[in-house]
Design a binder for this molecule. Sequence first.
Ligand code: T1G
Length: 479
Amino acid sequence: MQVTMRSENHVGYVTLSNPPVNAIGQALRQGLLEAVRWAERDRLDRVIVFGAGGVFAAGADAKEFDSPPQAPHLPEVLNAIDESFVPWIAAIEGVALGGGAEIAMACRMRIMAPDARIGLPEVTLGVIPGAGGTARLPRLVGLQKAVEMITMGKPIGAQEARSAGLVHAVEDDPIEAAFMVNSEELGCIVPTWEFHAPAHDPDLFRMARENLKAKMAGQEAPLRALEVIEAGLSLPFHQALMQERQVFLELKTGPQAKALRHIFFAQRAAKAPAHLRDLALEVRHAVVVGGGTMGAGIAYALLAAGLQVTVLEADAAGLQRAEDTIGKLTEASLKRGIIDAAQAADQRRRMTLSTEYSEAASAQLAIEAVFEDMAVKHEILAKLDAVMPADAVLATNTSYLDVNEMAARLMDPTRVIGLHFFAPAHIMKLLEIVQGAQSSDRAISTGYALAKRLGKVPVLAGVCDGFIGNRILARYREA
Ligand code: T1G
């Protein structure tokens, strides 16, 4: 059962339960529709709808997008909620995204947990909200905010959602708060669909169109979403929904949506294979050899992820250069508000710079990031091999050189992998985990776990010229 219902003292509790993120598929839509009828049959005072597993709902099940839509369709289900004489309250924890946010907007009231997020990210999948979002959101938050949220697809936090008028309250326990809502107050809230649509504003749409052409160049969905929002303002609500649905269905089968769905699932499929997931060595202290552009970027990424980091360089000049480069990266993050002064100080405290390889004796991982010369790499890996714990993982950031050749000269070649970062290493999401002929599952698993810790997308590569990314780039340049 993806939707469970229970009532207590005339209050209905409806739980969405489709682990891991309560994606909304046919079964969940069916269950929601039955819940509306159940609440009306039992003449409940209110229904509190919430998600199991600390998540409200991540949106429509994108896995269903490649097959024909199955009834009941989400717009009809949400209209039944919106028009029901039993008021629904959405108690939102975790995320309410896409269709999840649309379920919440069809409720009379929304209450969010402080760390929850809500949004309509459909354009990132090449589609537009397809269950009333382009008509309900403008009614709740006004045109400016709705256009921004829908066409850029960026979710917002609880406080921003409350000040925008999207949610009524931010509470630590949204379900309890929903239970405590005064019945008279709840009874005074009109169904979302009866709200007046905001007045048209031609200048706003013109500026938004120009902005999208610049910021989302080449992407079809954001501009179509803008068109649908604008057209919807002058249509009766239900006609606006029909128009929205038509554009959603058209985009869903288009090439851009298919490509973006492929990327969405491919990125998630790049996670560690199940048999590797629990073998990783826990890395608390990492060594980076080489404080040049790549080494400093890698060291910064490790510091930002909370690790203790030792940067090894050949001499004092190298250490100074490394310290200066990492300092600049810290300054840039401070300026952009990514970290605050306390975090910057904590990162600096966790970093040591040295020319002594003995500093690596307590590390679980070392990444060499010196220039691309096999002789130098052999020398550095041999020094690390001599001082680091027997179970530590040795990694090379080489872009092109043969990882097997590097491993072959070490006491234990099974602990060697490639960890190929892309410049700027602390920003670029891709991390190629290069599996040497003798790399152990534990070494590979440690690479995957590090990628997750750094918030990067891991891709397993074999030992070959340019691994994957640079190989593609080389062909691209030839073409
Ligand atoms: N559909 C199907 N599967 C989904 C999914 C979705 N919408 N979202 C997540 N998953 C799977 C994902 O593939 C992975 O599977 C697992 O859940 C955990 O995901 C009608 C039409 C919710 C913030 O764009 O942003 O609603 O790999 O690894 O890092 O208008 O998932 O474990 O087998 O990402 O904790 C709009 C997409 C849909 C949100 C959780 N919604 N999801 O992040 O876990 S279109 C979205 C996310 C729509 C309506 C329209 C994130 C997350 P597996 P994860 P996470």
